[in-house]
Design a protein around this ligand. Structure first.
Ligand code: 57M
Length: 359
């Protein structure tokens, strides 16, 4: 909305022309979300503490987590508020992709909210059943998947990094792929969210990477130069990704070790779904494997651990899954695990950006 108000003034003052540019609006969107989380953070933490919206800790987990009992949770509400206000302020609201991503983010946030709320009223670390959570996730993810498939401007070809000329057309199979990516990423981020700042750090880095990728794929000349798919309109998603980066950094201020607040499922499920949806819309379905590599590794550690546990009737690959628990039980201090995961996330982001020039 601010975009419309400020740009409307360009007739009288040519200076206001600058608000036409996505780059400038992305910067302001990042700063707006950062400011909102900074300013409201202390108030939200106080409010969550006052109403005793605190975390219940599993008894079967690493003992170091017992002291975290009662840490305020559902801080994801603050992230969602910041990104919605910031995106609505700075993005071009005539752009359908912006609304699509906001819709998916808020609906997945709704599932997470329900899950967190049920945990609170049941007073244990168990909210919605895995089955109902999954059904709701699929139902919501169907909206962007079908919308994109039916959108005549959108192509259903798969873009494979390093092989720019190999672009198999998936036809209706693209709907299944989009569902898999959106729901899978949402759950992978949720699994990662088990140490202070462990999910929000790599998520912020991933959104920073997609900020750039969205801009590039929405720019006809650059896309053609880099030989990446040109998807008209995706440039505006940079404004959304900027809001995510700002809100992520602002939230990390409070979630960094030792955390004053956890994001809860309302944060982790929505952030993951948003990441998956941006990857699908910008046609970086496969590149997401690298950009969101931390989330993939965490999810795979669970899949392998559970599979091996079943096949061998009780043997384990890791001391505990997801992977961060393995390192905790090996005796690594929590901040060391977190910062090392962030470093890996930066490396993965750089590798993913390097694919733009490699074929
Ligand atoms: C939820 N939630 C955190 C917080 C956060 C299939 C199975 C592997 C599923 C997995 C699971 O349920 N994962 C998803 C993870 C929880 O955090 C809350 O949940 C929100 C995110 N959804 O925002 O509200 C705890 O994580 C810690 N935390 C922090 N700092 C943060 O900033 O310290 C979170 C955020 C918090 C807090 O302690 O309470 C969680 O871990 O519960 N299940 C597991 O991860 C379980 N693993 C397991 O059973 N592994 C088995 C196998 C065979 C799969 C094995 O390896 O033997 C365990 N989780 C825990 N303890 N905590 C096991 C033991």
């Amino acid at each position: 909305m601010l975009y419309y108000l400020l740009y409307a003034l360009h007739g009288q003052f040519s200076f206001f022309n600058v608000f036409r540019y996505i780059t400038l609006r992305t910067i302001y969107s990042t700063l707006t979300a950062l400011l909102i989380t900074f300013l409201l953070g202390p108030y939200v933490v106080r409010l969550l503490t006052k109403y005793q919206i605190g975390q219940y800790i599993r008894e079967d987990g690493p003992k170091s987590h017992y002291s975290k009992e009662g840490t305020p949770t559902m801080g994801g509400v603050l992230i969602l508020f910041a990104i919605v206000v910031s995106t609505l302020s700075w993005a071009d609201l005539a752009n359908g992709y912006v609304w699509l991503v906001l819709l998916v983010t808020l609906c997945f946030g709704g599932i997470g909210f329900l899950d967190d709320y049920l945990m609170l009223i049941k007073k244990k670390n168990k909210g919605l059943s895995a089955r109902s959570k999954f059904v709701l996730q699929i139902a919501i993810a169907l909206v962007p998947a079908v919308f994109l498939y039916l959108n005549f401007r959108y192509n259903t070809r798969l873009n494979i990094p390093f092989f720019k000329t190999l672009t198999p057309d998936l036809y209706w199979g693209y709907i299944l792929l989009a569902l898999f990516i959106i729901v899978g990423t949402s759950n992978a981020v949720n699994l990662t969210d088990g140490l202070d700042g462990l999910a929000i750090g790599p998520a912020t880095i991933a959104f920073g990477t997609f900020l750039l990728l969205s801009y590039l794929s929405g720019h006809a000349k650059i896309a053609s130069y880099l030989q990446i798919p040109f998807v008209p309109g995706t440039g505006e998603l940079s404004v959304f990704c900027g809001a995510m980066v700002g809100a992520g950094m602002g939230f990390l201020w409070f979630n960094s070790y030792p955390a004053q607040v956890f994001m809860g499922d309302v944060g982790s499920l929505s952030l993951g779904a948003a990441l998956g949806t941006v990857a699908v819309i910008t046609k970086n379905e496969i590149l997401l494997v690298i950009v969101g590599g931390i989330f993939l590794i965490e999810a795979l550690s669970v899949i392998f651990q559970v599979g091996y546990f079943k096949i061998t009737h009780g043997k384990r690959i890791f001391r505990m899954a997801p992977l961060h628990h393995h390192f905790e039980l090996k005796g690594w201090p929590e901040p060391k695990i977190i910062v090392r995961f962030w470093i890996i996330a930066v490396i993965l982001s750089l590798i993913s950006l390097s694919t733009l020039k490699l074929r």
